[in-house]
Write a protein that binds this ligand. Structure first.
Ligand code: CO
Ligand code: CO
Length: 304
């Protein structure tokens, strides 16, 4: 039902009249030093692609790369962080596979379910839709700043909490209300993921910059030059595709393209349903922000 041609978060395959499988895989090298936190963030991120499709994750397999000569206790902590996060999501990790790898890597292959036709794809946004984002931006810049010793452990703890928060509650709110399109904001940054949603939907969007939630430390750390490689690459392919108002600063632009690890959901919802989505999000303790509107004109504009 959903394959590789829409740039979607996961594949959807109908197995019966009332059940479709959702299948996805995601893994990466450590984004934070603490092995337990790394495991938790990797699992929250891998499950997110099922949530972004409006589905329910059920079971998962660990995917692990780990150096043979590194202390196995570290691997144990990564897997424990992952297992406890999976348990929070009600997902059972039923096995996995480990290979020798000079740089550790961890993630999951996840299987979920959705009622056929109820999946929320990356495409389907319509003119007039409101765009709602459920986590603040800046995690890429901030984890890079911490790796370079510029950001303290206490500040990092907040970033880890943002990254390790499951998108489950946000997805439940979206499912309750109904959405036209959804994706999660990860490596391609807000504008990268938004652009693929808009291109696939044949529409444009106008983003109101001050409405975009940003982790406050990201401004200073970005100005000090802690820009991850992924953010630099996003800038190369997205920046020229955007119609920037001159009043949106260079750092503001960079943050909108910052590569996120385990970012929030970006949901396109009708104008009518938008207040109900906000109510459903708040009822679950999720801070949703309407950051812009979908337009007929096929231009991605950012205005102050
Ligand atoms: Co995704
Ligand atoms: Co993914």
């Amino acid at each position: 039902m959903v394959g590789i041609n829409t740039g979607d978060d996961a594949a959807v395959y109908k197995i019966s009249e009332d059940t479709a499988l959702i299948q996805t895989v995601d893994f990466f090298p450590p984004v934070v030093d603490d092995p337990y936190d790394f495991g938790a963030v990797a699992v929250a991120n891998a499950l997110s692609d099922v949530y972004a499709m409006g589905g329910h994750p059920l079971i998962a397999l660990n995917i692990v790369g780990f150096p043979v000569d590194l202390d196995k206790e570290i691997l144990g902590q990564i897997l424990r962080g992952g297992a406890e996060k999976a348990q929070e999501a009600g997902v059972i990790i039923v096995g996995g596979h480990t290979i020798d790898d000079p740089e550790p890597k961890y993630g999951l292959s996840v299987t979920g379910v959705v009622a056929p036709g109820h999946q929320v794809a990356n495409v389907g946004a319509r003119p007039g839709d409101r765009l709602v984002l459920t986590k603040p931006l800046g995690a890429g810049i901030l984890t890079t700043a911490h790796k370079n010793g510029a950001l303290g452990d206490a500040a990092l703890k907040n970033i880890v909490e943002v990254m390790a928060t499951l998108n489950r509650d946000a997805a439940e709110a979206m499912i309750e209300v109904g959405a036209n399109a959804c994706t999660d904001v990860t490596g391609f940054g807000l504008l990268g993921h938004l652009k693929s949603m808009l291109d696939g939907s044949g529409v444009g969007a106008r983003i109101t910059f001050p409405n975009v939630p940003i982790i406050p430390d990201a401004w200073e750390m970005g100005e000090r030059g802690f820009i991850p490689g992924g953010t630099g690459r996003n800038r190369l392919w997205v920046e020229d595709e955007v119609d920037w108002d001159a009043d949106v600063s260079a750092m503001g632009r960079t943050i909108l393209m910052d590569a996120q690890t385990s970012g929030g959901l970006l949901i396109a919802v009708t104008e009518d349903a938008e207040p109900r989505l906000h109510a459903a999000l708040s009822a679950r303790g999720v801070a949703g922000h309407t950051i812009g509107i979908v337009t007929t004109e096929r231009v991605l504009a950012v205005v102050p």
